[in-house]
Design a binder for this molecule. Sequence first.
Ligand SMILES: Nc1ncnc2c1ncn2[C@@H]1O[C@H](COP(=O)(O)OP(=O)(O)OP(=O)(O)O)[C@@H](O)[C@H]1O
Ligand SMILES: [Mg+2]
Length: 431
Amino acid sequence: MEDGSSRDTSVPDDAEQPSEDAEVNIAQEIFSQQEDPIFANKSLLEISHVPSFDRIVGRDNEIRKLSEELRGAVQGYSPENVIVYGKTGTGKSLVSKYVSSQAVANAHDDVRIGYEYLDCSTDNTETQAASTLARAFNDPEETGLDIPERGLSTAAYYKRLWQVLEQRYDVVLIILDEADLMADDNLLMKLSRAGESGNTDCRIGVIAISNKIEWAEDLNERVKSSLQPKELSFHPYDAQQLEEILQHRRDAFKPDVLDDGVIPLCAAYAASDFGDARKAIDVLRHAGNVAYERDADTVTEQHVKDARTKAEKDRFKELVEGIPQQAKASLLALAILSLNSEQEEFPTQLVYRQYQNICDNIGQDVRSERRFRDILKELAFLGIVDNRKENLGRSGGITLLNRLVEEPEIVYEIIRDDARFETLTNHLSES
Ligand SMILES: Nc1ncnc2c1ncn2[C@@H]1O[C@H](COP(=O)(O)OP(=O)(O)OP(=O)(O)O)[C@@H](O)[C@H]1O
Ligand SMILES: [Mg+2]
């Protein structure tokens, strides 16, 4: 909650000590609030929500191409294997699920067809994946097979999978989402060679999705030659398409709650963030949350701006929290210099001296100046620090000037939250 005027969730004044009852009351009040003044159906803004066809915007070509590659499946023949790639939030998972479900819905009467979706970021080992697929395609009543989630060998899970497919299907489509996160290529290899190896007569079509463009190129040659994949790339959305995607979900909100400029602004932000539909939807939902928390009757452009600032801060915090300790010390050096001076940019040597002070102060190893330069470069690569070269003339030579991208107060706070920097003397400045 960003200002004092939160929706009515206060504990009565006479409750001096926060008792258990008071806590129950707060929770009760929040949960029992029947009317949500902002949202009518928030689930439309959940990322897992699969919109119906009439809400899928700007992907007609991709839907057409993928449907063509999978066309054989509805007739009971082998579909093509497809690798779908493209940047994050460009609709790859959505379109793959949608087209697969349509293939199942439109299959010829005599074709037994099924599809399953495997999230390789969760099931990232061959055994887990084989287990999940075998169980997902199985129907114990039909096959008489009870497949345990854990405990069998990889080979045993594959054996069950082939048995299930053989008994239940003529064709299956298997979506391997985030396929680059699989520990190895073995699953792809086994699926693509299942027929050839005589494991099952069921035809298998694999749709492997990745947001790493290089992934398909780096695949093992043997996998490539048995998979023979068709490739389908998804391009980022432009602001207009993002706006349309959001317009199709405006019924997530109560009528007349969204100010006119809200959706275009969310779309413009997301377009500048690499055309990511997920971000567009996230910003819209967060803006709605901000409006709710502030007791507002409508969602305004200011709510969108504030929601975005908050999201950016959260993302930045996560990024900085994840960097190694030496990099944190380097970053802290730059933050302290910035806090103690009018200047924004500092030559590497000066930052290095400050960094040495910090390391001495907290008892951490000091890296060489050369290694320190590499650390600054890595921080620049992550977008945390900006550095540029400047020619200081004959006396100074060429020097690298470093600047924090975010405000120094924020950087300072985040790093001081790390327990390893707790003992640092306050307001340490260049000596
Ligand atoms: N064309 C579209 N029309 C409507 N909603 C869309 C469209 N494209 C994406 N979305 C929505 O945006 C979100 C992200 O889309 P999706 O998960 O398909 O992206 P992705 O390309 O798989 O991204 P990632 O690589 O990060 O997994 C989802 O909530 C999805 O419903
Ligand atoms: Mg995806």
